[in-house]
Write a protein that binds this ligand. Structure first.
Ligand code: SF4
Length: 701
């Protein structure tokens, strides 16, 4: 027997913190404890409530432990929570790999390889688990390429358009700030390791301001909460610029030395007067004046911007405008000043070696395959042609729950001619549509390495325990499938160590020795005036965007689905489909311990909107639009401003009526980055009669 040991791992869930996690493993090889690693300078020895209970997930009796195939005659989409296995029968891995490879070959032969669509995102943030052998496999196959836009492309493209790279203020430096704006950032809820630095700054006198339509945990704890109307952030940022420039509070020296396009910006913001912006955002003109003046005169001032801002139709412009604020006041000069949206640009891996896009030339296509936007999966599965999608391979994601325009997605997934494979840890909303279900490892059960998008530490994640049952990692799965498909390239024989070396080059040994490497260079780039934009400066005006026919300066445009759009005549309320505080998107929603921490199934309404519809606290209501309808209980607790309804993401089969918030969201794309616009959604709400409230599952429209 091996002695008790402690293994260094990294939480691979989709979260900016990328926590260092210590796993205690007993003599029998069973993990007995997970805890934060106190030696990590940012995550400092504690885990969020979601992952503190992680062994409940790893050893859940509901874990998928062996491959399965759908039983003949079992109807897709009829998954009842806890009874999903009735639709499947166990098979061996050999049989599963044979079935999948034969079917993929058939699809490729009959329709061309682009009829195969991979669908994955950040259910696994490990570099190898997120994208390595899987990419090689699908490139060699000639499958459609997935444009991974569901979360962050509008904001990412915005940040890069202004600064050239996805870098930002070091989280440790937040303790030195005197003015902190959490802009669409629920730090206390889902970036929890930044919170102690914020509190340290506040103990030294810093002010915390939250700009968010929803009264989040962070907003409740802040010094000042500005409940902005959804999708109007560009207007507020431009209004702040108007005040700052009008009153001469900008840093002209910094602007002269480090920025491009200031004169164009100065003229551009003239029309964004506080009175005008107040009418757009719902924030009073005097508050806009105060915010702008305090922000510009309280150095060091820092903005923690998060991705909610960019999930609206005007989201790219909104993120660009907010990103420009620190440049206007020279905030980057001060330790503790600046902005953080993402730090992921600090982690540079050899993606060509890891993903091998060159293999597309060895596919039957002998050219790069078409690109399919994951934010339009419903369209891809129901309307895309030449060729239509005939095989869908899902891993690291749960699209039946998280993809917008859910009823179109579910219609597509129900197609009898669609062959669907899902590699998962649990039965989910998506496995309800699978032909083949494959068991996947958790981050305790495989080795990987990981960057972060909320700090600057590259970390090694060792394998702590043997895979549960017959669970397998993504690397293993796609390397085995490649062999089954007859791909003879030696890269399909690479193991985890090979992949690490190919991705990291000389740094691989360093990482293996140290376990954690700080990307020091990245924390210093902006402070040193190094910007990887075409002009080499911070770009207020972007010629590159202009060349693409996009607006070179960020402007406010009301979303089609907003209170200012024509559709508001039929559906007058703006809908916020929020992430649940105690789940990670759709992950953890099935676990009893996590369910106890969460209050799903609530429609947060403003008292005036509720009373206008004769709705009282606790009433069953239907939130609906032309795309779908969901059933919730009304909660009238001051969480949202007038004209806004909020509800949190849950699994469909755990939701009353059988549909979650994405039955209402659309496949409209953002102005930048082709991203999803979850927060540009209009709805109406009506009170349900007692009979309706007790009714069966909502139909798929
Ligand atoms: S979900 Fe985030 S905060 Fe929680 S343990 Fe994982 S990385 Fe840390």
């Amino acid at each position: 027997m091996s002695p008790v040991k402690t293994v260094h791992t990294v939480c691979s869930h989709d979260c900016p913190d990328s926590c260092a996690v210590l796993v205690t493993v007993d003599e029998l090889g069973k993990a007995t404890r997970v805890q934060g690693d106190p030696s990590h300078p940012i995550t400092r020895g504690f885990l969020c409530a979601k992952v503190t209970k992680y062994l409940d997930r790893v050893y859940s009796p509901a874990r998928l432990l062996f491959p399965m195939r759908r039983r003949p005659g079992a109807v897709k989409g009829n998954g009842h929570f806890g009874r999903e296995s009735e639709a499947f029968e166990p098979i061996t891995w050999d049989a599963a790999l044979d079935l999948i490879s034969q079917r993929l070959q058939l699809v490729s032969d009959e329709h061309g390889p682009e009829a195969i669509l991979p669908y994955s995102y950040a259910g696994n943030m490990g570099v190898l688990g997120y994208g390595s052998m899987d990419r090689r496999f699908f490139h060699r196959l000639g499958a459609s390429r997935l444009d991974r836009t569901i979360c962050a492309t509008a904001g990412g493209d915005a940040l890069v358009s202004v600064y050239g790279k996805k870098l930002g203020t070091d989280p440790e430096h937040f303790r030195d700030a005197r003015y902190i704006i959490a802009w669409a950032a629920n730090i206390h809820g889902n970036n929890v390791h930044l919170w102690p630095f914020v509190q340290e700054a506040r103990r030294k006198g810093a002010k915390l301001v939250v700009i968010d339509p929803y009264r989040t945990r962070t907003a409740r704890a802040a010094d000042w909460h500005l409940p902005i109307q959804p999708g109007t952030d560009a207007a507020l940022a431009l209004g702040m610029m108007h005040v700052i420039i009008r009153d001469g509070l900008h840093d002209q020296d910094y602007i002269d030395q480090n920025t491009h396009g200031f004169e164009a910006l100065r003229n551009h913001v003239l029309s964004y007067t506080p009175a005008c912006v107040a009418g757009l955002t719902g924030i009073a003109a005097d508050e806009i004046e105060t915010l702008a003046r305090e922000y510009a005169t309280s150095a060091p001032a820092v903005i923690r911007l998060n991705y909610g801002i960019q999930r609206s139709q005007n989201g790219g412009a909104s993120a660009r405008a907010v990103c420009m604020l620190p440049a206007l006041i020279g905030a980057w000069k001060h330790q503790g000043g600046g902005l953080q949206l993402s730090t992921s640009g600090a982690f540079v891996f050899n993606s060509m070696a890891l993903e091998r896009p060159d293999l597309m030339m060895a596919s039957p296509l002998e050219r790069p395959a078409r690109i399919v936007n994951m934010s339009r999966l419903g369209h891809a599965l129901t309307e895309l042609d030449a060729p239509p999608v005939k095989a869908l391979f899902v891993y690291n994601s749960n699209p039946a729950a998280i993809a917008p325009n859910q009823n179109a997605v579910r219609r597509g997934l129900t197609r009898p001619d669609l062959f669907t494979v899902v590699h998962e840890q649990f039965f989910t909303d998506t496995t309800d549509y699978a032909d083949i279900v494959l068991p996947a490892t958790t981050f305790l059960e495989h080795k990987d390495f990981q960057g972060a998008y909320g700090h600057y530490f590259l970390q090694l994640s060792e394998q702590a325990i043997a895979p549960l049952g017959e669970a397998q990692s993504n690397v293993w799965l796609f390397s085995q499938l490649a062999k089954r498909m007859g791909f003879t390239e030696s890269c399909f024989c690479d193991g985890v160590e090979d992949l690490m070396e190919q991705a990291l080059g000389e740094s691989a040994d360093d990482l293996k020795t140290k376990g954690r490497i700080r990307q020091q260079h990245a924390t210093e780039e902006f402070a040193a005036g190094l910007f990887a934009t075409p002009s080499g400066k911070i770009e207020f005006y972007s010629s590159a965007l202009a060349a693409q026919g996009l607006e070179p300066l960020p402007a406010f445009h009301a979303a089609e689905e907003s209170r200012r759009g024509v559709k508001a005549q039929s559906f007058p309320l703006e809908f916020l489909p929020r992430k649940a505080d105690n789940y990670m998107n759709s992950t953890f929603a099935n676990l009893p311990g996590h369910q106890k921490m969460e209050s799903p199934g609530l429609a947060m309404m403003h008292a005036s909107d509720a009373s206008a519809r004769q709705i009282r606290e606790g009433d069953w209501v239907e939130v609906f639009n032309a795309r779908g309808r969901i059933r919730l209980r009304a909660r009238i607790d001051g969480s949202v401003p007038t004209g806004v309804v909020a509800a949190s993401l849950n699994w469909n089969k755990l939701s009353a009526g059988g549909s979650n918030v994405n039955a209402l969201t659309s496949e409209t794309l953002t102005d930048l980055g082709r991203g999803a616009t979850f927060y540009s959604t209009l709805v109406e709400v009506r009170k349900l009669s007692p009979e309706e409230a007790q009714g069966g599952s909502a139909s798929i429209d």
